[in-house]
Design a protein around this ligand. Structure first.
Ligand code: KG4
Length: 345
């Protein structure tokens, strides 16, 4: 490690909440390495199979952590603390990362820090990279957190002072992408395939149901049903319908999901009088969503913060940065604190 880095706090981050095994090393909030092993095995099943995910984490965790430490060019004796995802997520997957992190830190006699996966997504904007200028969101800001398991609008008053002001009452935005993609016969996860196809299609070609829900909450189950019925009826008339109109169907679906997300985000920004707006989570990799939030932000005078694609899906860099801010506050985890599965922030 470079001489100047010696005074910095070195955090090893570990993420294993779903189907990505990831380890990252930060010096303060500066990223030294971020290794992700994704689990291709779930593609054959059209969704994540929890038992297979746990087994793959077990196989991946040691090589992933080892590579992250080597790529960061540090010795493990230089690590000041280990941050890990405590939840929410799949319990078997979380147990692998949690047990590894606690054992590793205990062997080195250093503290370990529990991180909430959703808070880590929100804090991903604070990961710094060498040589890249960084604009940071100012508190309070609103974060549109959209992933495979969550769709939330989070009011972020401080690093760990977060309030969910709106959330999905049924499916998450990522699930809507994935389930509709499955209806089209696309592989899992379907979100990136819809994104790619949508670039070639007409977003106005088809109309799907928009929810009518009070407040800042979301719903995607009606859209899913309307999408299924529209395709089913069209296929009765033309068996090649999906094949012939793939790009238009994808573009129209993507537009509907983005319209649903943006409508509530705009309402929340107005209600809370907040103009620092961020987006996070796997779905924030979507080009259409990135363009829409940038365009709407320009119109409404927002400061918009969009993470690099590498920090949108599950990664340990965001876990390490959340751990770094907890380290500064002296907030460590007792050894007997268990992982948790359900959504909370
Ligand atoms: O945050 P994330 O990696 O983890 C989970 O919540 O599990 O999000 C995964 C979700 C999946 O539903 C995937 O289809 C979606 O993010 N996703 C996308 C794109 N990339 C990933 N959805 C739309 N467009 C994308 N480019």
């Amino acid at each position: 490690m470079k001489q100047a880095d010696k005074r910095r706090v070195i955090i090893l981050g570990i993420e294993s909440s779903c189907d990505d095994t990831s380890a990252a090393v930060l010096a303060d909030n500066m990223l030294l390495s971020n290794i992700i092993a994704s689990q291709a095995i779930h593609q054959d099943y059209g969704g994540v199979v929890p038992e297979l995910a746990s087994r793959a984490h077990q196989q991946n965790i040691i090589p992933v952590v080892d590579t992250a430490i080597r790529k960061a060019n540090i010795d493990k004796s230089e690590i000041d603390a280990v941050a890990f995802t405590l939840g929410p997520g799949l319990l078997g997957s979380l147990l692998v990362g949690t047990s590894f992190a606690k054992s590793f830190a205990s062997a080195l006699n250093i503290p370990f820090i529990d991180v909430n996966h959703l808070q880590a997504h929100v804090l991903s904007h604070f990961i710094a990279e060498d040589g890249e200028p960084q604009a940071l969101p100012e508190f309070p800001f609103l974060c549109l957190l959209v992933s495979g398991g969550n769709s939330q609008i989070v009011l972020v008053r401080d690093y760990f002072d977060m309030q969910i002001v709106g959330q999905t009452i049924d499916d998450a935005a990522g699930e809507a992408f994935d389930k509709c993609a499955k209806v089209m016969g696309l592989p899992y996860p379907g979100g990136p395939h819809i994104d790619r196809l949508a670039r070639e299609g007409d977003p106005m070609a088809f109309r799907f149901a928009m929810p009518n829900i009070a407040g800042f909450d979301y719903s995607f189950s009606g859209l899913k049903t309307s999408f299924l019925y529209t395709l089913r009826d069209a296929v009765k008339l033309n068996p090649n319908f999906v094949e012939e109109y793939r790009a238009d169907i994808a573009a129209s679906l993507q537009k509907t999901i983005i319209d649903i997300l943006m409508k509530k985000l705009m309402a929340a920004a107005k209600e809370f009088k907040i103009s620092n707006i961020t987006v996070a989570g796997g779905v924030s990799a979507n080009l259409g969503l990135r363009n829409a939030i940038t365009e709407i932000g320009r119109r409404y005078g927002w400061q918009v913060f969009i993470p690099k694609p590498a920090f949108t899906t599950d990664n340990a860099a965001m876990v390490a940065v959340a751990g770094y801010f907890k380290y500064l506050k002296g907030e460590f985890c007792p050894i007997d604190r268990p992982p948790f599965a359900r959504t909370e922030i």
